[in-house]
Design a binder for this molecule. Structure first.
Ligand code: CXF
Ligand code: ZN
Length: 377
């Protein structure tokens, strides 16, 4: 039987709702509709916190409220719509915010992971413009189309990636955004070459993913940059060869990177903080004429100023969502690396909270040794 009885019923469950800009998050009883024909309803098992959820709670870049937050997570298929192929009840899946139809101009271009048929759902509703979540009759927006900080969620089946149930849930969850974004940036966007040099700005989960991606690609010099001295050791486990703490010097970061690279700069830099002045530093840390910077950090800002001279001197700046990873072609490869223990995700898992304690989780993120907070659902 493809559909359970539950698929025709609305489910009332707990979810984390953000009612307005900067307001504390609330645990609420919400209603989750049954899946429509191309949708699946997931029972979420585990979620995690990504920096952009904090920005969303502050109304950045767009104040969309009331909204169920969370976009990292993993769940099990509770029920499916009539037209869904390739997924069944009981499958373990990651909800994703990018998709891959494999047929559109972008998917077949070999240049981008931004599918045109199933785009990033910036307006925080499902593809048909509606939401499947509500509270006392009032519609709730999603975080992208994911809204993982909920016991149940409905997503379009094209935004779901099947996961080997043997992968620890916490690992699957952190592969659904931050870490994969960094890893993909080194692997798919920069295509880091063997023996090359790399600088990673910010050693949170995105940055540590970029470090590990660069190490696996064969980079021989990986410079980690972070204001938090505790990140040095963590970075070393994942693969940094050098560490810069900008607070320890009066020099600019790009000068410090040059000092570590015979005055030349690095082949690739990865901006994972979203702090705009750091983007210029990341660009200026790369080699004139051929250096590449991949920008992933989201500061929630809508504009920024890029210095003219370093860019005109032949450097490349590329923006990236989800590290350029395609959800059908690339994410399964990363999930397999996780199964084979080729990547060290345990190093990222520093804290764990219950869904109800999500506000506490935001506090934990300020702690010096915090990389990733996992949310048990
Ligand atoms: C986000 C960064 C801002 C654009 C959408 C994706 N990545 C992770 O949360
Ligand atoms: Zn994220």
């Amino acid at each position: 039987m493809r559909n359970s009885k539950a698929s025709s019923q609305v489910i009332t469950c707990k979810a984390i709702v953000c009612w307005g800009k900067g307001e504390p998050l609330k645990v609420e009883e919400i209603q989750v509709e049954p899946p429509k024909s191309y949708e699946i309803r997931l029972k979420m098992l585990c979620a995690s916190i990504c920096h952009t959820d904090i920005l969303s709670a502050k109304g950045l870049p767009t104040p969309i409220f009331p909204r169920v937050l969370g976009h990292e997570g993993v769940g099990v298929v509770e029920s499916i719509g009539e037209q869904v192929n390739g997924l069944k009840q009981g499958d373990t899946v990651i909800p994703t915010f990018v998709s891959e139809c494999q047929t559109c101009e972008n998917c077949t271009s070999g240049q981008t992971n931004l599918c045109l048929k199933y785009p990033v759902l910036w307006d925080s509703r499902q593809l048909d413009g509606n939401s499947r979540m509500s509270i006392k009759g009032q519609s709730l927006f999603h975080r992208f189309a994911c809204a993982t900080w909920s016991e149940y969620v409905v997503i379009n089946a094209n935004y779901a990636v099947k996961v080997d149930p043997c992968i620890p849930l916490s690992h699957a969850s952190i592969l659904s955004c931050g870490y994969s974004t960094g890893f993909g940036a080194a692997w798919k966007e920069a295509k880091v070459k063997e023996g090359s040099s790399v600088a990673v700005f910010g050693l949170g989960s995105v940055g540590l993913g970029a470090v590990e991606g660069a190490r696996i690609q064969g980079a021989s010099k990986i410079i980690g940059i972070d204001k938090n001295p505790r990140k040095k050791e963590k970075g070393q486990v994942l693969g940094i060869t050098d560490f810069i703490n900008p607070c320890d010097s009066d020099k600019s970061i790009s000068e410090l990177v040059r000092e570590l690279t015979d005055g030349k700069g690095v082949d690739y830099s990865f901006e994972c903080t979203g702090v705009i002045p750091l983007l210029n530093e990341a660009i200026e840390s790369t080699k004139a004429g051929k250096g590449t910077t991949i920008m992933m950090g989201s500061g929630g800002n809508s504009s920024m100023q890029i210095n003219f001279l370093p860019m005109i001197c032949g450097r490349t700046l590329k923006g990236s969502i989800f590290g350029g990873l395609k959800t059908k072609s690339d994410l399964p490869i990363l999930l397999e690396k996780c199964s084979n223990k080729e990547i060290r995700l345990d190093e990222l898992l520093t804290h764990e909270v219950e869904l109800e304690d999500i506000n506490k989780a935001f506090e934990l993120l300020k702690e010096a040794d915090c990389v990733k907070v996992v949310v048990k659902i």
